[in-house]
Design a protein around this ligand. Structure first.
Ligand code: SAM
Length: 300
């Protein structure tokens, strides 16, 4: 479908659902990859229309406003021509029910960990008042801020080695009014020693370097620092594991997303007694290991 055909289709569209269907058809008629906040053309078209309307319920329930057509066309055209993730074009991403501002300084939030955070880490962790959580490699701040939002008794620290990413995380903390509950720290993995944490969570870079060039074009818009996990994808993960015992409180848990590096991880740590978590909303490659099991393994 050409852009002029989409324009025509929008002008004759009588309701917003029709707009969504027609934009989805336009997306489907081009080569696009959906994996940055949605996994299909229809959801992405819905996101576009709602965002252009400022997420107004009134606008969504009314006949579409023709004055929005130029903006819709521009976004649809740019999505197709540049293969830029919709999140960057709109400057927003939704994670664990919360809106995050994003740009190409941070990865687009999409971790399956959202589901675990929304359930406040149940049934794997029982959070007590005053417990602390550390998010290593926070990017937009999505894991740390969602944890603080959904688990109000948690005290949360979050690190990133990218000061540019931390600027975005800071603005998200302010927008969500969580600045007092979440401390953002510029650090290479762990923060300067002092605190220990009941939960350490991380979605580190885990794509093998040689695979980066094979990823769909959408990924080239994301910061390589957030994706590149070294030769087999385990560079950051190995360091996270080795240093974790010093930062975990007794009885604490380390939860890491290793994504597509799961096989490489299992090959590298065949004896480590990890639990691979399952998610109702999909996603895999996330494990949990207790401090005791980790310490026992690393010292044996
Ligand atoms: C896969 S992204 C995840 C971002 C965010 N937690 C999320 O789930 O969307 C990995 C993040 O780790 C950060 N990072 C990479 N190496 C790091 C290091 N050595 N220490 C701290 N953060 C690091 C990157 O800057 C990036 O923001």
């Amino acid at each position: 479908m050409h852009l002029v055909e989409l324009e025509q289709a929008l002008r004759t569209g009588v309701d917003c659902e029709t707009w969504v269907q027609r934009i989805a058809s336009y997306f489907e008629s081009h080569t696009l990859y959906f994996g940055h906040g949605t996994d299909n053309a229809a959801d992405e078209a819905y996101w576009l229309v709602r965002a252009v309307q400022g997420w107004s319920e009134g606008a969504w329930g009314s006949p579409p406003d023709p004055s929005a057509i130029p903006r819709v066309l521009e976004l649809a055209r740019t999505r197709v021509e540049l293969r830029k993730p919709m999140a960057y074009l709109l400057g927003e991403a939704w994670f664990a029910g919360l809106r995050f501002t994003v740009d190409d300084r941070v990865l687009v939030p999409r971790s399956p960990l959202a589901e675990l955070i929304e359930s406040c880490f149940e049934p794997w962790c029982r959070i007590a008042p005053g417990d602390r959580l550390l998010d290593v490699g926070t990017g937009s701040g999505c894991l740390a801020l969602a944890a603080a939002y959904h688990c109000p008794s948690l005290r949360v620290d979050a690190t990133d080695v990218s000061s540019a990413a931390l600027e975005i995380a800071k603005s998200n903390a302010a927008a969500l009014e969580l600045e007092d509950r979440v401390t953002l720290i510029l650090a290479d993995l762990y923060p300067p020693r002092g605190a220990v944490y009941e939960i350490i969570v991380s979605n580190p870079p885990y794509v093998p370097t040689s695979r980066l060039a094979e990823l769909p074009r959408e990924y080239t818009h994301e910061p390589a620092l957030g994706l590149d996990g070294g030769p087999v994808g385990l560079d950051v993960i190995a360091r996270l594991l080795a240093e974790a015992p010093a930062y975990l409180a007794p009885g604490g848990s380390l939860i890491i997303e290793v994504g597509e590096a799961q096989d490489a991880f299992t090959a590298a740590y065949p004896e480590l007694p990890v639990t691979w978590l399952e998610f109702e909303r999909g996603g895999e490659g996330v494990f949990l290991v207790s401090r005791d099991d980790l310490t026992g393994h690393l010292t044996s």
